[in-house]
Design a protein around this ligand. Structure first.
Ligand code: ADP
Ligand code: MG
Length: 701
C-alpha cells in the first residue's frame, strides 16, 4: 500500500506521468502534490452570469458571453497577422481576435462549436470585439461539470495546453488529487483557533476552492485559506521579533547625558515637533530597556528625520558608544554629514564622513579613530559595511531610506559588534499599515506624522506641453524673487540613451530661454563622474546656480530650502511614490513652493489617476494607499527583496480587516505561550521547526 502525501512528486499522480510532470514543473513550478493543491483557480465562471452580445459595451471591465463560433480566418500579414473569429448569439455577432498562438488556435478551436467566451469588450472601428479571449467549449463541459454553478478557471500555458492541460485538464487533475489526498489534509492551525475565528475546516476549504458548490461556500473557503496564509507569515515575523528581544540583549543606555541635553537646549535652532519628540521618546524607551532596538521610523519627506537620528545618536555617545548613519547615495551621505556638523557646530561630538570617494589617507585616519574610540559618529554610504571598518564599540546604527539597502547589508552592520547595535531604520516612503505589518512585522514602528510648523503646503499643478511658455514665465518670476528651480527628467534603464537625449534637448531649449550671464544652470545625471556630480550639486546648494536640471538622482533626501519650484518632465512616466519623493525636494523653507507636472496629452487611465492624485493631496500616506491599489504590493518599494509577499490569495489592499484579525490572534498566542510549549500549540511549533528555504528572518533589520 503506497501512501501519498503533500510532498509526493507530481509524476506519481494518476493522469500525470513524466511528460506532463516535466512541463508542470517548468511552466508552473508545480513539483509536488501540495504544489498542485495550492494552485488555485484565478477566477470562476459563474454559469448564471452571461451577457448578451447586444448588451456588451467597451466600458465593461470584462464580460462573459456564450455563443457559437461561426467563422474563423486569418487576416493581415506580418505584424498585422491575426486570427479573427466571429461569435454569434441570439442577439448579434462580435469579433474575437488573436495575435499570438495562431497556428495552435486554428487547430484547436472548432468552428460551429458553442463557447463560453470571457474577456474585455472593445470597440474598434465601430466593431465590437474581444482580443485574446479565454475560450471554453460549452457543450463538452456541460456534462462533466454537472451541477457546478461556478466553474474554476486555472491559468495555463501553450505548452501545457498541448498536453491537454488547459484549465479543464488541470481541473481534472485537481479532482484526482483531492481523491488521493483527502484523508491526509490535516489541520495546520490549532483547533481552538479554527473554532474561535469560525473558519471552515482546512480539508473542506481546499476542496471547495477547486470545487465550490456555491458563492457562499467559496467565500468561506477563500477566507479560510487567506487566514492561513497571513497567519503563518505573522507567526514567523512575530516569532523572530520575540527572539530578538529575548536572545539579543541590547546595550542599555542608562542616561540621557550631557551631550544630548546641551544639544537640545543650546544648539537646536528650532523647537521639535510633537511627533519628533514622541519618536525620540519611543527610541529612548527602547534603548533603556536592555533589549535590542529594532525600529522603523516612517516620516514623510521634510518631516525632520535627520535631527531625530542625530539626537538618538547623541544618546548613544552619551552612554559611551559609537554611532553610525548609513545613506544610500554619496550625495545623501554628504548632506547628512553637512547638516549634522552644522547642527553640532564642531562641538559636542566628533563626526566623520566615509564614502567610496574618501581618499585613502583620510580613510586610514578614520579607521584608526574608529578603532581607538576617538570617533563618535560616522556618516557614510555602503563604504561603512566594508570589513575594514571596525568600531571600538558600535552601539547605534541608523539606516536612512532603508528600502535601498538589501537585507544582507543590514545584517552585516548588525554583526559589527559582539552585542548587536540598536538599529533604527528611517524611510520617507510611507507604507500603508497593512503592508508595514507584513513587511516589517518584526520591527516596531514609529511615525513622524507632522511637518514642522510654518510650512506652507506645496501647490501642485499638471500642465501639458502647450503651456510650456507659461511655465517658463513662472520660473522666471520665481527666480526673480531669488528662488531656485529643479527640473527633473525621467531616466529609466531600458531607455537610458533616449532619456539622456531628451534631457539634452530640454537643456538646449532651457539655455536659450534662460541665457547666461543672467541665469546659471546646473546639470546632474547618473552617467556623470561622481566628482562632477558633487561639484554641480554644490553649486546649486550654495545658490550659485538657479536651475538644477537632473535625472532622478536627486530623488531622495537632498535638501535645498531655497528651492521652491519642482518641475517634473514626462511626469506620466514616474511612479507615484517617486513623484511624491521628488515633490518633497521643495517646500523645505518658509516660502510657498510649487510642483509642476509636465506631461504629454495622451495619458493612460493609470497615469491620469497618478497625476490627479498628486494634484489632489500632499499626504504621503494617502498617496501610498493609492499606489498600493494601482500597483499591488509586489511593486512597492522594498517588497521585491523581502520574499514575504508571495501571497496566493490574500490581497493587502483589500484584506486589511482580516490581517488585523490575524495579527491580533498571533500576538495573543505569543503572549499566552511565548515558547509555544503548550500542547494546543503543537502544530504551530512543528510548523516553525521545519526548515524553510529563503530568508532567515532572525537576521533582518
Ligand atoms: P526628512 O525627514 O525628509 O529627512 P530633514 O530631516 O531633511 O527631513 O528635514 C527637513 C528640513 O526641516 C531641514 O532643513 C531641517 O533642518 C528642518 N527641520 C527639521 N525639524 C524641524 C523642526 N522641528 N522645526 C523646523 N524645522 C525643522
Ligand atoms: Mg532625509
Amino acid at each position: 500500500m503506497v501512501s501519498y502525501g503533500v510532498i509526493t512528486p507530481i509524476e506519481y499522480l494518476k493522469g500525470v506521468g513524466p511528460a506532463r510532470a516535466e512541463v508542470l514543473k517548468a511552466e508552473l513550478g508545480i513539483h509536488t502534490f501540495g504544489d498542485l493543491l495550492r494552485y488555485y483557480p484565478f477566477r470562476y465562471i459563474d454559469r448564471t452570469q452571461f451577457h448578451k452580445i447586444e448588451r456588451l459595451h467597451p466600458d465593461m471591465a470584462a464580460a462573459q458571453v456564450v455563443g457559437r463560433l461561426i467563422q474563423l480566418e486569418e487576416r493581415g500579414e506580418r505584424k498585422g497577422r491575426r486570427l479573427v473569429g466571429i461569435l454569434k448569439d441570439d442577439t448579434g455577432t462580435m469579433e474575437l481576435v488573436w495575435f499570438q498562438s495562431i497556428v495552435w488556435l486554428r487547430k484547436s478551436l472548432q468552428v460551429g462549436g458553442v463557447y463560453v467566451v470571457y474577456g474585455k469588450p472593445q470597440l474598434f472601428q465601430q466593431n465590437l470585439s474581444i482580443t485574446h479571449p479565454e475560450m471554453e467549449l460549452y457543450q463538452r463541459g456541460a456534462k462533466e461539470i454537472g451541477s457546478m454553478h461556478l466553474q474554476p478557471v486555472y491559468s495555463s500555458t501553450d505548452k501545457l495546453k498541448k498536453l491537454s492541460l488547459d484549465s479543464r485538464g488541470i481541473l481534472k487533475l485537481q479532482a484526482a488529487l483531492l481523491e488521493t489526498l483527502s484523508s491526509q489534509l490535516n489541520e495546520e492551525l490549532p483547533d481552538y483557533i479554527v473554532n474561535l475565528h469560525r473558519l471552515m475546516p482546512l480539508r473542506q476549504a481546499l476542496t471547495a476552492i477547486h470545487f465550490p458548490k456555491n458563492q457562499e461556500e467559496l467565500g468561506q473557503a477563500i477566507r479560510r485559506l487567506k487566514f492561513d496564509e497571513l497567519f503563518f507569515i505573522q507567526l514567523k515575523l512575530l516569532k523572530s521579533k520575540l527572539l530578538n528581544t529575548q536572545k539579543f540583549r541590547g546595550h542599555r543606555f542608562e542616561v540621557v547625558g550631557e551631550r544630548f541635553n546641551t544639544f537640545y537646549h543650546k544648539h537646536l535652532p528650532f523647537s521639535l515637533t510633537q511627533a519628533q519628540k514622541r519618536v525620540i521618546k519611543e527610541i529612548r524607551k527602547d534603548t533603556a530597556s536592555g533589549a535590542q532596538l529594532n525600529r522603523l521610523v516612517q516620516g514623510d519627506v521634510g518631516s525632520g528625520k535627520t535631527v531625530v537620528a542625530l539626537m538618538t545618536m547623541l544618546l548613544a555617545v552619551d552612554n559611551g558608544f559609537q554611532a553610525c548613519l548609513m545613506a544610500p547615495t554619496e550625495i545623501l551621505a554628504q548632506q547628512h554629514y553637512q547638516s549634522i556638523t552644522r547642527l553640532l557646530r564642531n562641538q559636542i561630538a566628533s563626526v566623520q564622513l566615509l564614502t567610496g570617494s574618501t581618499p585613502r589617507k583620510d580613510r586610514r585616519v578614520i579607521h584608526a579613530q574608529l578603532e581607538d574610540g576617538s570617533l563618535d559618529i560616522l556618516v557614510g554610504t555602503h563604504a561603512l559595511i566594508e570589513d575594514a571598518v571596525k568600531f571600538k564599540n558600535l552601539g547605534f546604527v541608523v539606516i536612512d531610506e532603508q528600502h535601498r539597502f538589501g537585507v544582507e547589508q543590514r545584517a552585516k552592520l548588525w554583526r559589527k559588534n559582539a552585542i548587536p547595535p540598536h538599529m533604527l531604520v528611517m524611510t520617507a516612503t510611507p507604507i500603508p499599515r497593512t503592508l508595514a505589518m507584513t513587511l516589517y512585522g518584526d520591527l516596531d514602528i514609529s511615525v513622524i506624522d507632522e511637518l514642522p510648523a510654518g510650512r506652507k503646503p506645496i501647490k501642485t499643478m499638471h500642465l501639458y506641453e502647450n503651456s510650456r511658455l507659461r511655465m517658463f514665465g513662472f520660473m522666471k518670476e520665481e527666480i526673480a524673487r531669488g528662488r531656485q528651480v529643479y527640473i527633473v527628467y525621467p531616466l529609466i534603464k531600458e531607455s537610458e540613451k533616449m532619456d539622456l537625449l531628451y534631457l539634452e534637448a530640454g537643456l538646449e531649449t532651457l539655455m536659450k530661454e534662460f541665457p547666461l550671464p543672467h541665469y546659471r544652470i546646473s546639470v546632474v545625471h547618473g552617467k556623470m563622474p561622481v566628482k562632477d556630480k558633487e561639484f554641480e550639486m554644490q553649486r546649486f546648494v550654495k545658490g550659485e546656480t538657479q536651475i538644477m536640471v537632473a535625472t532622478t538622482v536627486i530623488e531622495v533626501g537632498v535638501n535645498v530650502p531655497n528651492a521652491t519650484v519642482m518641475i517634473i518632465e514626462n511626469a506620466e512616466r514616474f511612479g507615484l511614490s517617486q513623484l511624491h519623493q521628488l515633490r518633497g525636494r521643495v517646500g523645505r523653507g518658509a516660502e510657498q513652493s510649487y510642483c509642476i507636472l509636465m506631461s504629454g496629452s495622451k495619458l493612460s487611465k493609470e497615469s491620469k489617476l497618478r497625476l490627479e492624485t498628486m494634484v489632489r493631496t500632499n499626504d504621503g500616506f494617502e498617496i501610498a494607499e493609492v499606489d498600493l491599489q494601482l500597483r499591488g504590493p509586489g511593486d512597492l518599494a522594498g517588497t521585491q527583496q523581502s520574499g514575504v509577499l508571495n501571497l496566493r490569495l490574500a490581497d493587502l489592499t483589500t484584506d486589511q480587516a482580516l490581517l488585523t484579525e490575524v495579527r491580533a490572534r498571533v500576538i495573543k498566542v505569543f503572549q499566552e505561550d511565548p515558547q509555544l510549549s503548550d500542547l494546543r500549540h503543537a502544530r504551530l511549533r512543528q510548523y516553525l521547526s521545519q526548515k524553510e528555504p529563503g530568508i532567515s528572518w532572525e537576521k533582518i533589520s
